[in-house]
Design a protein around this ligand. Structure first.
Ligand SMILES: Nc1nc2c(ncn2[C@@H]2O[C@H](COP(=O)(O)OP(=O)(O)OP(=O)(O)O)[C@@H](O)[C@H]2O)c(=O)[nH]1
Length: 190
């Protein structure tokens, strides 16, 4: 989406839609850098509110007009650092490759974020009719998901419980059955 905010326009239309942002200013125009700064502020505020991690690339364009440059590379880099985004300088007029690099870099960053947010879900296939066992997510955002394994009953405990209490019998049977399910199941990671 190629976007340009005018007064009163609602940035939600691209903030909610985008997986990544390329914010472009012109190296011969300080006012375009101010506009870029406003965009970065809007995007980072949105990220703060929503907790979303959306990669941003700040791009200083028109390097073919070096002789008219008014925004130094250092100024652009420092703004990028301030907003924790990647930084590139390009010439859309002269150098297709530099533009391509920007898009590749943003897409790579988006892929990295997506991978972090989609933990691999191991699939349990069990002989038991009760179906798939529910995974218990481990702490934090990791690629793996841990499973709480039911403790196996100690044989003596089961025997003792048989003697006295009907309720205890039920528990013992359930526990034995859970143990069997885990033994016969296997994991698939994709
Ligand atoms: N010299 C030079 N001119 C460029 C370059 N990139 C874009 N331009 C020119 O800058 C002007 C604006 O380009 P646009 O692509 O329309 O820029 P924009 O920021 O999307 O502007 P809007 O169309 O208003 O959204 C046009 O005249 C382009 O030809 C560049 O790398 N070098």
């Amino acid at each position: 989406m190629d976007t340009y905010d005018t007064e009163g326009s609602n940035p939600d239309r691209y903030l909610k839609w985008a997986h990544g942002f390329v914010v472009v200013y012109c190296i011969t125009s300080e006012s375009s850098l101010d506009t870029a700064r406003d965009y970065l502020e809007t995007i980072t505020q949105y990220q703060r509110i929503t907790g979303k991690d959306i990669p941003i690339s700040l791009v200083g364009n028109k390097t073919d007009l070096e002789r008219y440059r008014t925004v130094s590379k250092m100024t652009g880099e420092s703004l990028a650092r301030q907003y924790e985004c990647s930084f590139h300088e390009t010439s859309a007029a002269d150098d297709y490759r530099s533009v391509e690099l920007v898009f590749h870099s943003v897409i790579r960053d988006i892929a990295r974020v997506s991978e972090r947010l989609m933990p691999l879900q191991p699939l349990f296939i069990s002989e038991d009719k009760s179906g798939l066992l529910n995974p218990v997510p481990s702490q934090g955002l990791t690629h793996r998901t841990s499973f709480r394994r039911a403790k196996s009953p100690k044989s003596q405990d089961v025997k003792d419980s048989k003697k006295d209490d009907k309720d205890a019998k039920v528990i013992a049977r359930r526990t034995t059955s859970t143990f069997r399910i885990f033994n016969k199941s296997f994991k698939i990671f994709n």
